[in-house]
Design a protein around this ligand. Structure first.
Ligand code: MEV
Length: 399
């Protein structure tokens, strides 16, 4: 992305938290893996002097003249501390640019973009313009990392556009350091969106694979990880991650003697999961993961983040001996079920049918795919192509 009109396709995976959601906010261990489903971002550099932000998944299509997007604040002030601790007059200016965006998901997405734009922008000719369009194959707001994969794609797009990292960063010798840069800004965007995120989701979406993570420390790739057969069920019950995270924090403050041991138990569940993968005994692994899934869900229930819909998924899958827990923030959103190798396809199909009859969406997907990537596209693959291409075509071009 240097001169003239150039296009790039950036993509980042969603994530599944196997164990440790919520506890990870309080520095307990979590285990998570990337998903086969991804968010795709089409970046076009042009000479319109304008910036267009097109996010159809949240009904956003905004265009600004770049000459109007100016702030009376230096980058260091903006970048220091929590992104939302910026001066009030800057917040007001952001609100003005957001215009009629009303839904929380819309506000958060535009705010994250504007914040990163001002942190990362560098001087460019006055004719310089660009369009960013995104499309996700992940259900939005369901606990599968749609916001973190969006945050990862947006931070990558702006880092590439303003030459902080090369478009071929994922194949470069400095790959690890470029990924660290992407992850740092993706975390900032997540802070704009969720308030007090642990950093787990953006780490998985940036680096891909399967990993264990403790807040404030570098993630560790999961030794002996083997992809599992999972059934993901989207209850389609909407919820707010930041409100659920704040609810657990409030409970911990009110009942520390009760909540702290629960969080400690979840830490031990994640540790036990890491040990089980390391031992690599397929038979005992499945059995142990099932136990851990069951226990982790019950502890999350005690933290107050389950929901009637999630309990329904557990009772439907439980009838067939399939173990299920909520994944992500809970309060609705998604559940994950472990499908053991000895569960036959007919049973899995039957379970999926029963869940669909309850109005839920089911996905069977692989775990542990690649992290964020960017590829240069030729001029025929424009923004309209991004919107109409099927998932296989997008996947083929994204790697
Ligand atoms: C959300 O996907 C996971 C939570 O643990 C929050 C976080 O880690 O930031 C609930």
């Amino acid at each position: 992305m240097t001169q003239g009109i150039k296009r790039a396709l950036i993509s980042a995976p969603g994530k599944v938290i196997l164990f440790g959601e919520h506890a990870v906010v309080h520095k307990k261990l979590a285990v998570a893996a990337s998903l086969g489903l991804r968010t795709y971002l089409h970046l076009e550099e042009n000479d319109t002097g304008k910036c267009r932000l097109h996010l159809p998944d949240v009904d956003i299509d905004l265009t600004w003249a770049l000459s109007d997007l100016t702030l009376d604040v230096d980058r260091v002030t903006l970048e220091t501390g929590h992104p939302m601790d910026i001066p009030e007059e800057i917040k007001k200016q952001f609100e003005k640019w957001m215009g009629v965006t009303q839904r929380e998901a819309q506000r958060q997405a535009v705010l994250a973009f504007l914040y990163l734009f001002f942190v990362l922008k560098t001087d460019k000719p006055t004719s310089f313009g660009f369009t960013i369009s995104t499309r996700s194959t992940l259900p939005v707001g369901a606990g599968l990392g749609s916001s973190a994969s969006f945050a990862t794609c947006i931070s990558t797009a702006l880092l590439v556009l303003f030459h902080h990292i090369p478009v071929g960063f994922a194949q470069s010798e400095k790959r690890e350091s470029h990924l660290d840069t992407v992850n740092r800004y993706a975390y900032k965007a997540e802070q704009v969106i969720h308030g007090n995120p642990s950093g787990l989701d953006n780490s998985v979406c940036t680096f891909g694979g399967a990993l264990s993570f403790r807040r404030g420390e570098r993630f560790v790739p999961l030794e002996g990880f083997q992809s599992l057969q999972l059934l993901l069920t989207n209850t389609k019950v909407p919820r707010s991650t930041s409100a659920l995270v704040a609810g657990v924090t409030a409970k911990k403050e009110k009942y520390p003697q009760v909540i702290d041991p629960i969080l400690e138990s979840i830490d031990n569940i994640s540790l036990r999961c890491c040990e089980a993968f390391k031992r690599s005994n397929k038979d005992s692994l499945a059995e142990e993961l099932e136990d851990l899934v069951d226990m982790n869900h019950c502890l999350l229930h005690a933290l107050g983040v389950s929901h009637g819909s999630l309990e329904k998924v557990r009772s439907v899958t439980g009838e067939y001996g399939v173990k299920t827990k909520l994944t992500g923030a809970g309060g609705g959103g998604c559940a994950l079920s472990i499908i053991r190798d000895d569960v036959n396809v007919e049973t899995t199909n039957l379970v999926a049918q029963k869940l669909a009859a309850e109005g839920f969406d089911c996905y069977r997907t692989s775990l542990g795919g690649s992290g964020v990537n960017a590829v240069v596209l030729d001029n025929s693959l424009d923004q309209a192509w991004l919107m109409s291409a099927d998932r296989e075509t997008l996947e083929m071009h994204a790697t």
